[in-house]
Design a protein around this ligand. Structure first.
Ligand SMILES: O=P(O)(O)O[C@H]1O[C@H](CO)[C@@H](O)[C@H]1O
Ligand SMILES: [Mn+2]
Ligand SMILES: [Mn+2]
Length: 403
């Protein structure tokens, strides 16, 4: 029986979104943003030399058609076309009006988001009284810290010491539909932070705020504060059954690697593993060996986004792409007859762009196991329809199969 591996490189957009002018970073429209294109351009110009050097080198993904996908999405030729293409490639456009992670993943899984997400204004206080009251009540504190738009690494540096002194949780947001709560794992307590997030999540979900995210950290004012791996997202459930539930309903096994479990509120998922991208890559290699016939493995590699995109770190992003590409080479060697591998992304996060938020972009869809051909311009949901057709399971979501 066929198996499918769906791998999301979080935030690796390829530009060209037709509605980029309706999305913003610091008030500047995302028009012209291209995560992969601008990284490749910077590498070529010698502006991404920390811990790596020279033009962006992604031989395995270019072998599947990544450079062609980039050209198709936004007419950029920053990646060389020298590799012979052995895969199928396309450029996917999102219809949902959100450039966040759940929105992108749900549409990739066949369920576009029908509602407008609620975001908080870029002002202080960012949160309405009702939310602040609920936070204080659930935390047992007289107030909250931050209460503004912020970058997560910067806000713990700024408010960490005051958090240790007052015990108040650090509550912040971004251009995404999120309420993030940062608290010290030991002083505030990890379990207490997770319970706080779980307690306020229903109120936020009712307001159509997509996620409440626990952001535990460690450290002190002298040594500095660092986030830990214990991040947890409390997301709204998808509005309709996704590809995952339909694969599961067909009696097949669905394995989630990385934050997929959180993004889909564990719906349609049989097994989940979490950790750093390095650990998740070990899990992906293992899954290629062990995933049962007929099963779906759905992986998300978040560090492109969290460590490099939001931090606007071009060299770091390029390094991670080159590491990832090398690992994908090993995955390709181990795929079996009948396996489908699709590599895609959920939105952009151009590290050369203004601001620190995601960028509205098209995403690459490159595939091994379905021949060498152009899939062309497609929708995010076509990815789900293609996986369902390959696995031969009944599918009622959006999209058209590329098979
Ligand atoms: O700056 P940090 O805390 O990493 O926040 C980022 O992570 C959030 C969720 O992915 C996004 O909304 C973005 O703001
Ligand atoms: Mn994402
Ligand atoms: Mn992000």
């Amino acid at each position: 029986m066929p198996r499918a591996f769906l791998v999301v490189m979080d935030s690796v957009g390829i530009g060209g979104a037709p509605d980029a002018d309706a999305f913003f970073n610091d008030g500047v429209p995302d028009t012209g943003a291209s995560t992969l294109g601008h990284i490749a351009e910077a590498c070529e110009a010698g502006r991404a030399e920390e811990g790596r050097t020279g033009p962006l080198h992604l031989p395995h993904m270019c072998g599947l058609g990544l450079a062609e996908a980039l050209a198709l999405a936004s007419d950029r030729r920053d990646l060389s076309f020298s590799a012979k293409v052995r895969g199928a490639w396309g450029a996917a456009t999102e219809t949902s009006r959100g450039k966040d992670t759940p929105t992108g993943h749900w549409e990739l899984a066949g369920v576009p988001v029908p509602w407008e997400w609620h975001t908080f204004p870029d002002q202080k206080p960012a949160f309405p009284e009702e939310v602040t009251r609920a936070l204080c009540e659930a935390a047992g504190t007289d107030g909250i810290l931050a209460d503004c738009h912020a970058s997560g690494t910067e806000i713990i540096e700024r408010e960490g010491a005051e958090h240790l002194r007052s015990g108040w949780p650090i509550c912040y947001t971004s251009a995404d539909s999120v309420l993030q709560i940062a608290a010290h794992e030991e002083h505030f307590g990890l379990d207490r932070l997770l319970k706080l997030c779980a307690d306020v999540a229903p109120l936020l979900h009712d307001m159509k705020v997509g996620r409440v995210i626990a952001r535990p950290f460690m450290g002190d004012a002298e040594a500095g504060f660092t986030r830990t791996q214990n991040r947890k997202d409390y997301a709204i459930a998808p509005p309709a059954p996704t590809l995952l539930e339909q694969v599961q309903t067909a009696g097949r096994h669905v394995q989630a690697i990385g934050k997929i479990g959180d993004i889909f509120s564990m719906r349609g998922i049989d097994a989940v593993s979490k950790g750093s991208d390095t650990q998740l890559m070990v899990d992906l290699h293992d899954a290629v060996e062990t995933a049962p016939e007929g099963g779906l493995v759905f992986a998300n590699f978040v560090e492109f986004d969290s460590l490099y995109g939001h931090r606007r770190d071009v060299s770091g992003y390029a390094r991670h792409l080159e590491w990832f590409d090398g690992e994908i080479g090993r995955v390709l060697e181990r795929l079996r007859e009948g396996d489908l591998l699709i590599i895609t992304a959920d939105h952009g996060n151009d590290p050369t762009w203004v601001g620190t938020d995601h960028t509205r972009e098209r995403v690459p869809v490159i595939a091994a196991g379905i021949g060498a051909r152009e899939l062309g311009q497609m929708g995010f949901a076509d990815v789900a329809a293609t996986v369902a057709a390959h696995l031969d399971v009944a599918y009622s979501g959006e999209g058209r199969s590329g098979l």
